[in-house]
Unconditional design. Sequence first.
Length: 443
Amino acid sequence: MKHEKQNRELFKTNIGMLLACVGSAMGLANIWMFPARLEEFGGISFLLPYLFFLFGFSCFGLMGEYAFGRKMRNGPVAAFESVITEKIKKPPLILKSIGWFPVAALVCILSFYAVIIGWILRYLALALMNGFQNLDSSAFFSSFAGTPANIPWNLAAIGITAIIVSFGIQKGIERFTTVMMATFYIVVTIIVIRALTLPNALEGVKVLLAPKWEAFAHIRIWVYALGMAFFTLSLGGAAMLVYGSYMPDHTDVPRAARQTAWLDFLASIMCSLFTIPAAFALGLDRTAGTALLFITVPHIVTQLPLGYFFGILFFLCALFAALTSSIVMLEVPVEAMLSKMRIGRKTAALIVAVIAACIGVPLNFDMNLFGTFTDTVAIIMFPLAAVIAAAVIFWIYGAERILKDINQSAKRKIGHWYAPYMKYTFVPVCFLVVIAGIFLGGL
Ligand code: PHE
């Protein structure tokens, strides 16, 4: 289906649209950050603030991004520019071009994400060759990550992403993300059943969920829960806005946003129900983050019956989760270039791929550089992009106007409370996330 006004390609089916959006939301944060935070802050005591922010804040922000994208039928660059020039007669160039900032933030995220997808691809190849047997995964990981050995895998990750994006919305993004996401949920279900039927695994679940109520008193738990609720829904003023711009007019935006948030949450819970309980049952180290995925998981699978298959399945899922996110990260700058330059989609995808490679390849030489880069982008650039987008949508375009757009084809309409809530609570809270993230040194 093409959009009448601009000949813009739109999503073809509801399920394809939903799975593309869920694919953008569901990513590495779900696989390794969420289980780690659950364990660190005491499952339930992290889960409650997280759920509160996910459904009480981010989900409403997501409705705004979807509806704004759909209304403008443009990505952030052209959409912000037209909203700003509508309000201010001759805006300074920096203000007029502010939409490039969220796009730049995503290009930076893509650059480091593709480095990690490179690691996943390498591990998947290792799993296929039955290479986890007798592997010292810790030594292997440090001999590989942060070294030029990852460069070919890194480039392969960018290449795969660019090829999918170059096929366009329906034949590329929608088709591939549908297959990847459907496979992800089916396979993760199988993996979770395997993990939870290990002797002692339920003890691991109890440990995972055991509340540490005193954690509530720490500001960190609130900031982390809020930061993650934003990052996991890809709420940085670009990705979901661009997907919103491909939504047909009859899409029920509040419903689509709620479904995205629920499926994203489900994925996080499922990923937590594999790694931590399995590591617990097998008496393995449950250190958070990269170590959990690249050091503990290979250990887990070698100890499982049919471990060969579970190793392949797990890294396949991780690959699909990450790729469906890298796809939107590459699509956003492609969309921006198509809206501003007279070039074709394939050329644009190639240009973005080259830029992501130029930024990403040097990150393979030094893990400290990699860490500093990812922190700067995730802690400062991404939340800043979210604030800018929120201010443009709810303050400049107007919260009342966006509420109308949100409710356009909605069965259960959002009430009038939405406009003041977003203007006076959501936008200032986004701003607080930036400040708190900088001071706490992490989100
Ligand atoms: N939501 C993704 C994750 O959880 C990250 C992401 C951010 C994806 C921005 C797209 C855009 O890993």
